[in-house]
Ligand binder design. Structure first.
Ligand SMILES: [Fe+2]
Length: 371
């Protein structure tokens, strides 16, 4: 039996129905909330045309749940594979597709959702349950991607965050870990997983000391000012002696104690090196995050690790071949944690997020370890 049919247990049909409906409703709310003209975005590597992205999300939904990942099975939208398959439509070409009618995209989305509703009223095979969960996570990740894109574009916040970091008591405490035997990766018994989590394997982590909180705005500002004002993050400004940071379309007085965000990997490494510290590995950050949440401070950010995004031993791709495999080229780093716009069901310790080292549009921060 294929790996992906063995991820168990899976949620009830009622739970899957709730999740897919709410995830899709959020995508539609984001798209329908765009002010006229705002669907046109500049052609940049970190952006996607929003209507194209919405079409792609619906296409992915239909392709995996109803077409079983096979182009020979008909689609409800003409030429959908040629237009909306992210694996084959080059990034730059997404801007040269003829204008998409939002009405026809909403209709396509409705029709696909109706088919899923029908499917969910009958007994589900393990494979159906897998693909429904894959599609739900795909909505979730694109919804977060919209939140990231809207922040970059200085648009209003597209939806309420799932969590707001309320702990602002920053401290410089390091937590000591003794030599630990642990496991990394996931097994078939942990519910839905992504292929890059295969498989659970033992690992011994040498003693280390990790900061209980992520690097703060104040700490990072001292570091960056020493380098010169040209090194300031783009979402920062100083006016009348007061520091501000931009959150969507608003400038807010900077909270010195909050974790610094929108930092890319290379700047995080430079900060750590300059302080005679280092970034934690993926395993070290997992060990910290697995301890009592009262003992360390969550940053509500994706935190960079020093671990490149590489397959674990025994990796094989699941049916969505392009989820992980094309990105194992050593130019991506693993991030752990979650952002305010990460839905609860995605906040699994086993989840391995990964981005290229220059990405600072994401809600990313970092913490440090002693050398
Ligand atoms: Fe996608």
């Amino acid at each position: 039996m294929s790996d992906h049919c063995q991820y168990s247990p899976h949620p009830t049909a009622q739970q899957l129905r709730e999740w897919i409906n709410s995830a899709n409703a959020l995508t539609r709310k984001i798209i329908e909330g765009l002010a006229p003209g705002k669907e046109l975005v500049p052609q940049q590597a970190t952006l996607n045309p929003p209507y194209w992205e919405f079409a792609h999300i619906t296409w992915f939904h239909e392709f995996w749940i109803h077409r079983k990942g096979r182009q020979e099975y008909p689609s409800l939208y003409r030429d959908s594979d040629a237009l909306f398959n992210s694996s084959t439509v080059a990034h730059a070409d997404r801007w040269s597709i003829p204008p998409l009618s939002i009405e026809s995209l909403l209709r396509y989305n409705n029709e696909v959702c109706n088919k899923t509703s029908e499917l969910l009223s009958k007994p589900l095979s393990d494979e159906d349950a897998y693909f429904i969960q894959l599609v739900i996570h795909h909505y979730d990740m694109h919804n977060e991607a919209f939140a990231i894109m809207w922040q970059s574009l200085e648009y209003p916040m597209p939806f309420e965050p799932y969590s707001v970091s309320t702990k602002t008591v920053f401290n410089k405490k390091f937590i000591e870990f003794s030599k630990t035997d642990m496991t990394l990766g996931s097994s078939t018994q942990q519910g839905f997983i992504f292929d890059n989590e295969k498989w659970q394997h033992p690992l011994t982590v040498e003693p280390f000391a990790i900061s209980s909180s992520a690097v703060s705005n104040e700490q990072y500002r001292e570091f960056v000012l020493a380098k010169g004002s040209q090194a300031l993050p783009k979402h920062w400004k100083q006016e009348g002696g007061v520091w501000y940071e931009r959150f969507y379309d608003q400038w807010r007085v900077m909270d010195d104690q909050q974790a610094v965000r929108h930092i890319h990997y290379e700047d995080a490494v430079e900060y750590a090196t300059q302080q005679h510290l280092r970034l934690p590995t993926e395993a070290e950050l997992i060990l910290l995050m697995a301890t009592n949440p009262n003992d360390w401070q969550a940053s509500d950010l994706w935190e960079w690790t020093s671990s490149p995004f590489l397959p674990f031993a025994g990796f094989t791709p699941d049916p969505y071949l392009d989820y992980s495999q094309p990105w194992f080229d050593g130019t991506y780093q693993v991030l752990k944690g979650w952002s305010p716009f990460t839905v609860e069901r995605m906040r699994r310790l086993g989840f391995r997020n990964f981005y290229q080292t220059k990405r600072n549009d994401i809600f990313s921060g970092f913490r440090v370890c002693r050398l």
